[in-house]
Design a protein around this ligand. Sequence first.
Ligand SMILES: [Mn+2]
Length: 235
Amino acid sequence: MTTIGIIGTQYLNFEEQPFHENQVIYTRKAFTDALQTTGATVIIIPIDALDKIPDYVSMVDKILLTGGEDVAPQFYGEDPHRLLGLINPDRDAFEIAVIKESIKQKKAVFGVCRGMQLMNVALGGSLYQDLSLASTTVKHLQAPTKQQFPTHFVAVDQTSSLNFLPERYHVNSYHHQAIHRLSDELSSIATASDGIIEAVENKNNRLLAVQWHPEGTWDTIDSEFAIFKYFVDVL
Ligand SMILES: [Mn+2]
């Protein structure tokens, strides 16, 4: 049995919360559905004091970092650009410490979207605060097009952990930020046609992350469910 800990997302702002104006900690059901379908046991870990992190990480076999807010640029030494979106520095600090503790305890970490960007920042990399600051014409923010529709291609490194995906692969895309300076501790293993990094890994430290949203397609596209299977069974 493999136990996966998902770091919970927070709704803190009244105007964006549908839960009777109560602040909540939550995760997308698609994540728990996909992971439970692999046979994994899943728990949601609330954001807490940093000194609790060794306990939380020790309770699980692997960690999932989900999507959400922009990573606060203070964590890579920049001021906020005017196109920066909503941030939650408490969540950033907690998840950055979770990544470092997971490496220390030799536990695997899988990041999705913001989770990939945060992994890069945690390991010394930086982000484009908005894709208009990068030279690209590919549409990486496909909303309002639904998540079950892949919209742009990526080239997958066939020597990487994601070699069970085809070299020319089609993914959905819901990001307005992207990796700028890649961490020395990560390798780019998938890129869009404009050069934007779409997946990273560190095999020695059991780190893997994708910029797209496999939880939006896991129940309709076999290769996307295979990413969750790889996370639970292999990573
Ligand atoms: Mn993209």
